[in-house]
Design a protein around this ligand. Structure first.
Ligand SMILES: C[S@@+](CC[C@H](N)C(=O)[O-])C[C@H]1O[C@@H](n2cnc3c(N)ncnc32)[C@H](O)[C@@H]1O
Length: 262
């Protein structure tokens, strides 16, 4: 069975079924676009070589094959009905969990929402440095990585403006999940909707039980819809956030909640 796992710059999540080690940042030269596999005319894994891909699609790994979605060659490699929100509130509204991904239209359960796109990192690099993951991107930005547990080949998700690597964590009440699939014969880590998602709803995915360590607190994330700046509730929410920051407790407002799905 192939298991997905997520790795973050500077820290490996110990909650997911992956190496319980920390990701050490290390800049190494890119190996260049030697992979000949393409999707939509673009290099699928620009930093990988063909051997990496062949190993991943060996007989040892059997993955469900899905047709290439229309958005596969887009910059974000995700459903165009998803967009980045710069400020995903935590449930108590005094904190934000950073950027998040949000649906701009209703999306049905089962939809492939995007793929975890990036460079393949081969065994030698993932296993190096006493089992600690190696950060192989030449881009000095915080990157997110996922890997196929059985293959030990990781993917550095390059920081596109938006993409499924920006989906925030929720321990329960998720509306999507990680799934390993083959797209046009290439193994990818995809994100699939597990429920009907309504317009304006934040995506919520389970990173796993041991992702958050002492240095980073896990917050229940809001199921709130994002509010447009001209929404009558927008200003009220900002005022409430300001008050909360000043130390006054406030409970979530019912009108902001996404309606329960059937
Ligand atoms: C895969 S990134 C998600 C995108 C991220 N919010 C950003 O702006 O880049 C994972 C990081 O988002 C933040 N995050 C996501 N969900 C969270 C949650 N429920 N509680 C606290 N932090 C969360 C944490 O900083 C975590 O390390």
């Amino acid at each position: 069975m192939v298991r997905s796992k997520i790795l973050l710059l500077l820290r490996l999540p110990s909650r997911l079924p992956i190496h319980p080690a920390r990701l050490k940042p290390r800049r190494t030269p890119s190996r260049g676009p030697s992979c000949t596999s393409t999707l939509g005319g673009r290099m699928f894994y620009p930093g990988s070589d063909l051997q990496d891909v062949k190993r991943l699609i060996s007989d040892e790994i059997s993955l469900q094959a899905i047709p290439a979605p229309a958005w596969i060659s887009s910059e974000t490699r995700c459903d165009p009905r998803l967009t980045q929100e710069p400020d995903h509130p935590a449930l108590n509204r005094t904190q934000s969990v950073g950027r998040g991904m949000i649906a701009t239209e209703d999306i049905s359960a089962g939809t492939c929402l995007g793929i975890y796109f990036g460079k393949l990192i081969p065994d030698a690099e993932t296993a190096s440095n006493n089992g600690q993951m190696v950060f192989v991107s030449h881009i000095p930005l915080p990157l997110h990585s996922m890997s196929f547990a059985d293959s030990q080949v990781a993917v550095d998700a390059m920081s596109a403006a938006a993409g499924v690597h920006l989906i925030n964590h929720s321990p329960d009440d998720v509306n999507c999940e990680f799934v390993d699939v083959l797209v046009d014969g290439l193994p990818v880590i995809s994100v699939r909707a597990t429920a009907n998602i309504v317009r304006g709803e934040f995506l919520r995915i389970d990173y796993g039980e041991t992702y958050f360590e002492a240095d980073e607190e896990e917050h229940p994330v809001a199921r709130f819809k994002s509010l447009a700046i001209d929404d009558p509730h927008y200003l009220a929410r900002k005022v409430e956030q300001f008050k909360n920051t000043a130390g006054q407790a406030a409970a979530p407002q019912a009108e902001d909640q996404v309606q329960p799905r059937p």
